[in-house]
Design a protein around this ligand. Structure first.
Ligand SMILES: [Zn+2]
Length: 126
């Protein structure tokens, strides 16, 4: 069962953002191509039940694309995916680093405290 299909030729792909191994279509050409590629993948669903159901639809759509039939994308879903892309793009690297630092700071401080206690006991033993 496919996890994703190429929006250009209908060939199966592992991930929607990968370059198509069959026709070489690269979704990085524009945001709409990426949104359509995600649309044509199980990655837009969270539950396994939805993913299993969508596998069957993906296979049908892959056959349609291979026949040359134009896929009618749900505009509301495409807009939702484009909006998610804009949100992800709006997050700066600084924000990611700052958030990671906040998450790991207590652990780093705890390890530093353990190292300090270790060397303190070593000093006191000698
Ligand atoms: Zn392709």
């Amino acid at each position: 069962m496919p996890n994703a299909i190429c929006i250009s030729c209908g060939f199966y792909k592992i991930e929607p953002w990968h370059k198509c191994p069959s026709c070489g279509f690269d979704r990085s050409s524009n945001d709409l191509a990426l949104a359509k590629s995600v649309y044509m993948s199980i990655g837009r669903y969270e539950t396994q039940i939805d993913k299993d159901r969508y596998h069957l639809e993906l296979e049908k759509m892959a056959q349609e694309i291979r026949k040359g039939t134009r896929i009618d994308y749900d505009k509301k879903e495409l807009n939702r995916l484009l909006h998610q892309k804009q949100i992800v793009d709006s997050i700066s690297l600084f924000t990611v680093v700052k958030t990671a630092f906040r998450i790991f700071l207590p652990g780093i401080l705890f390890l530093g405290l353990l190292v300090a206690v270790y060397f303190l006991f070593r000093l006191l033993r000698n």
